[in-house]
Write a protein that binds this ligand. Sequence first.
Ligand code: HEM
Ligand code: ISQ
Length: 154
Amino acid sequence: IGFSEEQERLVKESWEIMKEDIPHLSLYFFTQVLEIAPAAKGLFSFLKDEEEIPQDNPKLKAHAIKVFKMTCEAAIQLREKGEIVVSGSTLKWLGSVHLQKGVIGPHFEVVKEALIRTVEKGVGEKWSEEMKGAWSEAYDHLAAAIKAEMKQEI
Ligand code: HEM
Ligand code: ISQ
C-alpha cells in the first residue's frame, strides 16, 4: 500500500494553512524539539550560545521552513513514484550536514514528534488522525533516506 492521493492532499492542505503563520510556528517547532530533547540545543549553531530560543532569528525560521517543505515534497513524491527521489546530491548534502553536526538516529524521532505537534497546532480544527498519519509516513521515508546517506558516510 503506497501513499494515497488523499494523504498527499492532506499534507499539501495543511502546509498551505501553516505557511500563513511561519514566524510563530517555526518557533513552536524548535520549542517542541528542545522540550522533548533539551540537549539538542547544542547541535544548532544559532541556539547553542543563547539563553532562550531567539524570537526573531532568520536562520531559525529558514531551517524550520526547509524541514516542512522537504517533508511536503516527500509526500508528493511518495504519491507519484512510491519512493523518495530527492536528487542524489541533495541527499548526500543532507547526510553529511547532519553527520557532521552530530545528529544521531534517535534524534529523528524527536524531530518527528515535534513536527507532528507543530502541524497539529498550525491547522487547528482541521487536525485529524488521517493528517497525522500522512505527515508521519512522509517524514519517515525522508528520514530513512537521510539516515541511509549518513550510514554510507561513516
Ligand atoms: C541542518 C533538514 C532532521 C539537526 C539541516 C538543513 C536542512 C535540514 C535542509 C540545512 C540547513 C542549511 O544549512 O541551509 C532536515 C530534514 C530532517 C532533518 C528534512 C528530517 C527529515 C534533523 C534531525 C536533527 C537535525 C533529526 C537533530 C536534532 C540539524 C542541525 C543542522 C541541520 C543541527 C545544522 C544547523 C546549523 O546550521 O547549525 N537540516 N533535518 N536535523 N539539521 Fe536537520
Ligand atoms: C532539523 N533540521 C533542520 C532544522 C530543524 C528545525 C527544527 C527542528 C528540526 C530541524
